[in-house]
Design a binder for this molecule. Sequence first.
Ligand code: AL7
Ligand code: ZN
Length: 260
Amino acid sequence: SNCWGYGEDDGPFFWHKGYPIAQGNRQSPINIVTSETVYDSSLSPLIVSYEHCTSISISNNGCSVAVEYADTEQGPVIEGGPLSDAYRLKQFHFHWGHKDYHGSEHTVDGKTYASELHLVHWNTSKYQTFREAAAASDGLAVLGVFLEAGEEHQGLLKITDALNMVKFKGRTADLKEFNPKCLLPKNLKYWTYPGSLTTPPLHESVIWIVFEEPIEVAKKQMEKFRMLLFSQEEEDEKFMENNFRPPQPLKGRQVCASYN
Ligand SMILES: CN[C@@H]1CN(c2cccc(OC)c2)S(=O)(=O)c2sc(S(N)(=O)=O)cc21
Ligand SMILES: [Zn+2]
């Protein structure tokens, strides 16, 4: 099991002890200062090819809830935008707070959202395995989608209705043919910058693509994430919430905008 977490004695402020890269030069998340983003006209549109979506399962890994995808040649991929290669979807997961006013990892001009969805992809053009890609500077591409409380999200229902099956750490349930394209915002305007995993091992291997437009989810859908547990069955119940890392120093990085 992990020796890191989100508590007072194993949370983000302690991670540097086991993972010195936590104090590196391209850590994530960051606060996106919109007035300092630079429109990059060379950024082509992002191409999201999620047609063949063979989701396998949904699982509680003790730090989030994740939906895993089969690692097949014709799997779901993204390309274009800031990417020079094709990146294949491996899993998606969420970060959220104790209440709707906070929970996202990236912030926008200091604004926090109720949750943030991360769709994790790896560079199959250059690397043979996910593990190899996860340690390479251009190995991963993660799409970030902000969630805010509002109307019920029909596409997310299949996920939020499955959460009671993975309440405890270590639990996994079948979740077939889930196509996450429905979780993307209508407008695919994005910011992009070079960063890292936001959880240990904090590898500085992520090209971040964060969509500006949040998606709306119902308060009762958000509440279902908060009934998940960090703990295993038979352990003291610890509700899974506030599983987000706070913004990290920009260290001179430039955030590019896909739009003017
Ligand atoms: C626990 N960390 C998550 C699971 N993963 C993981 C598992 C094993 C090894 C590894 O690196 C070698 C990474 S992961 O790569 O799918 C990601 S991406 C990511 S985030 N918040 O930056 O998008 C969190 C995690
Ligand atoms: Zn994440």
